[in-house]
Design a protein around this ligand. Structure first.
Ligand SMILES: Nc1ncnc2c1ncn2[C@@H]1O[C@H](COP(=O)(O)OP(=O)(O)OP(=O)(O)O)[C@@H](O)[C@H]1O
Length: 715
């Protein structure tokens, strides 16, 4: 029987519209929108100062790197350096300070490419040729040089235009500018376009279930038989989740509340699939989420291959990267010779003056490259086919390496942090999916809409008749696949991990009761841990022997301030920011007292939902305690610390709580600490925000060590 079916084509069309709007919002909020080829020297310097550019470069050498990409080495322009006199004592010129990092996509351009030229030929050089520079990915940065890999498609698949663009850089004064990386957007768009075009007959069983045309099939436990777990440390809820995911015929969700060992569980699940001779594609929304799994899987000796640009991978997982395997494995030998030949030819272009000879070399190169592509694609295909486990980011799964590859199952970690369209990039290649995540923490950041809803997750976990309508109205990109499936099919498609290995029981109790149906249990090893029990010397004080402290600033002496000034780019997303200077002083004093006990600043995090407050707290604390971590609540998702101090900021006569009303944000804030959580806020204002906030304030009043700061004392 069908339940609230959603038309797949209509869904994809709506997503396309929403994605377009999101992309436009992203581009327009990006400083880089205005930095096409031509900018003035002062803008270039400004861009360097704000971390977006690196000026005063020349190309010093080129070689063919991994995947047949050309890697250019860029060094400071000797002319500029001698003028600036900032060469090092050893006479080697150094790059100025800049914010370009490994993995950034950059465009390298001739400084004279634009400048004063304006109007329609601003991107043209003197010959009227298009002069957009060369785009690449930063592979390494050093004091004296920066290395950039060119060739977007890799695999020697550079086009003639790309080659020429690189050639053009020789002998020129250059600068590099960071570009917005729109690969993710492009791949989502392609996937949605594909889904729009599908006919009914193209829809797999799994797709029909995902859109409510069919109900999920019953899990088949008989088919999987008795399971022998390899990891002896797994707890019962983890084992149940693994059994459930193995037996599922189409969709299963692993719901992992904070600290419950989602990744730990996924590693065993992957191993079990491998033992059953299944091919598994493992994805996550970020490179870090994927590398985290590669690192933990690698010691298990299963053949794994990680797809992705080597510059963006953790060094520890490089040996499993497809591009490295293409070179180091036996299969890789067949491409080596051709690459050498390409290198030699490439180098000879520079020595050739005559245009005719150059053209001849380009023709040869074209042939060689074709050969390279064919051989490499065969090699890549073999390597991918021979691997039981392929790992990639969700958008990486849309790359050419996985074209036409089918998998028995796709596993997506941190699925509740991915846009649904992003998930579908990987999902079209399999008939079964396992999603791991927690829909009660924050969804991915979306710029084109605002996360200000007061009851962001009110509907989660309940079959929701209006889910389909909502999507068709195009209300939200923030609704994740994880959340939508749960609403569509109800909790029978999920299995929840219930033992958490992070928080003291008293820190865990409120989120467990309020959001996780009181199902969370604190593992024996963590339930009673206090700061004073840390393995290094910490004095026993009111703070270090107390898991939960509430500094209640009620009474009107700790009022918030509206912060109109721009503090960071995120302001556009967060709206006008707020701060609270008096409350910041309470936070600072608490931090000082903790550090006075011997607690290391590295073991403390101060987090707040408001950027205005973050800026204020940074001014007060950053210099004094460099090891202390200061951040936004949103940015701290997925992290943990021994002690966490949360500054709630809001304190006003109108009882406005703004986006404290989003309980997923508060859930993230209160579930980061292991041994000590200190909340600073005005219970009067906050308890009027929502029933959730009221319950929280009541809980803190009853269970926390309640303290009332004296404003006079602080001043
Ligand atoms: N069955 C277990 N027995 C003992 N420790 C465990 C078990 N499962 C997980 N842990 C520990 O719990 C911590 C969190 O586990 P893991 O890193 O797998 O979780 P995660 O899914 O990445 O994070 P989170 O659960 O916070 O989303 C780790 O320190 C891990 O060693």
């Amino acid at each position: 029987m069908a339940i609230n079916p959603i038309s797949i084509a209509h869904f994809a069309e709506t997503q396309l519209q929403l994605l377009l709007r999101e992309h436009e919002a992203e581009v327009s909020s990006s400083t880089l929108a205005s930095t096409a080829a031509s900018v003035s020297p002062s803008t270039r310097r400004k861009l360097q100062a704000t971390g977006y550019a690196l000026t005063g470069l020349v190309l010093s050498q080129c070689r063919t790197g991994m995947g047949g990409r050309v890697v250019g080495e860029f060094v400071p322009d000797p002319a500029i350096v001698s003028k600036r006199e900032d060469g090092a004592a050893d006479g080697q010129p150094r790059l100025g300070s800049h914010g370009i990092r490994v993995g950034d996509v950059v465009r390298v351009n001739d400084v004279s490419a634009g400048g004063k030229r304006v109007g329609k030929d601003k991107d043209m050089d003197k010959d009227g040729k298009d002069n957009k520079g060369a785009e690449g990915v930063v592979t390494r940065t050093g004091d004296r040089a920066i290395w950039i890999a060119f060739g977007s498609r890799g695999g020697g698949g550079r086009s003639k235009e790309e080659d020429e663009a690189i050639e053009e850089l020789w002998g020129k004064k250059l600068w590099a500018v960071k570009l917005a990386n729109d690969v993710t957007y492009r791949r989502m768009r392609q996937t949605m376009e594909k889904m729009v075009k599908m006919t009914e007959a193209d829809h797999t069983h799994f797709m029909r279930v995902a859109f409510g045309h069919m109900t999920p099939l019953q899990p088949d436990h008989d088919a999987t038989g008795p399971i022998e777990f390899m990891d002896p440390t797994l707890n019962d809820s983890q084992k149940d989740a693994i059994r459930f995911a193995l037996a599922s015929k189409d969709i299963s969700l692993i719901h992992g509340p904070p600290g419950t060992g989602k990744t730990h569980t996924l590693i065993e699940l992957i191993m079990q699939f491998v033992q059953q001779k299944k091919r598994v594609l493992v994805c996550g929304p970020s490179n870090v989420s994927v590398d985290n799994i590669v690192e933990r899987l690698a010691p298990k000796k299963v053949p794994v291959v990680r797809i992705g640009h080597p510059a963006r991978l953790l060094p520890s997982v490089l040996e499993h990267s497809l591009e490295v395997l293409t070179q180091t494995s036996d299969a890789g030998n067949i491409v080596k010779d051709v690459r050498k030949e390409i290198d030699t030819k490439q180098a000879s272009i520079r020595k050739t003056k005559s245009g005719r000879e150059r053209r001849a070399i380009y023709d040869d190169l074209k042939q060689l490259r074709k050969e390279f592509r064919e051989r490499e694609s065969k090699c890549v295909d073999n390597l991918v086919r021979e691997s039981s486990v392929v790992l990639a980011t969700l958008h990486g799964a849309g790359g050419h390496q996985l074209k036409n590859q089918r998998f028995d199952v796709v596993i997506i970690d941190e699925a509740s942090q991915a846009l649904e369209a992003q998930c579908w990039i990987s999902l079209l290649s399999a008939d079964k999916v396992v999603l791991a995540g927690d829909h009660l923490q924050l969804p991915p950041t979306v710029k084109s809409t605002n996360l200000k809803s007061k009851d962001g997750n009110e509907k989660a976990d309940k079959p929701n008749e209006t889910a389909d309508k909502e999507i068709l109205k195009g209300v939200s990109l923030e609704r994740t696949l994880f959340d939508r499936l749960l609403s569509l099919h109800g909790p029978s498609i999920k299995s929840m991990l219930t033992t958490q290995y992070r928080m003291h029981e008293q820190i865990m109790r409120f989120p467990s009761d309020e959001l996780y149906e009181s199902k969370l249990m604190a593992a024996e090893s963590v339930k009673a841990r206090l700061l004073v029990d840390l393995p290094y010397e910490v004095d026993g004080t009111d703070d270090t022997q107390e898991p939960l402290v509430f500094w209640d600033t009620q009474g009107g002496d700790f009022p918030e301030q509206a912060d109109d000034k721009e503090i960071g780019n995120k302001e556009a997303l967060l709206g006008e920011s707020k701060s609270n200077e008096m409350e910041a002083m309470v936070v600072a004093r608490h931090v000082e007292k903790l550090i006075d006990t011997g607690l290391k600043p590295e073991d403390i995090a101060v987090i707040t939902p408001y950027n205005g407050q973050l800026a204020l707290l940074s001014q007060m604390l950053r210099e004094k305690y460099p090891g202390l971590e200061l951040g936004s609540v949103d940015g701290f998702q997925g992290r943990e610390k021994e002690a966490v101090v949360v500054s709630l900021v809001r304190s006003n006569a109108e009882h406005e709580v703004g986006f404290l009303g989003e309980k997923r944000r508060l859930n993230v804030a209160m579930t980061r600490p292991k041994r000590h959580l200190c909340i600073c806020g005005d219970s009067e204002t906050i308890s009027r925000g929502s029933s959730f906030l009221k319950h929280w304030m009541d809980y803190l009043e009853e269970n926390a060590d309640l303290r009332y700061p004296d404003a006079g004392d602080l001043l």
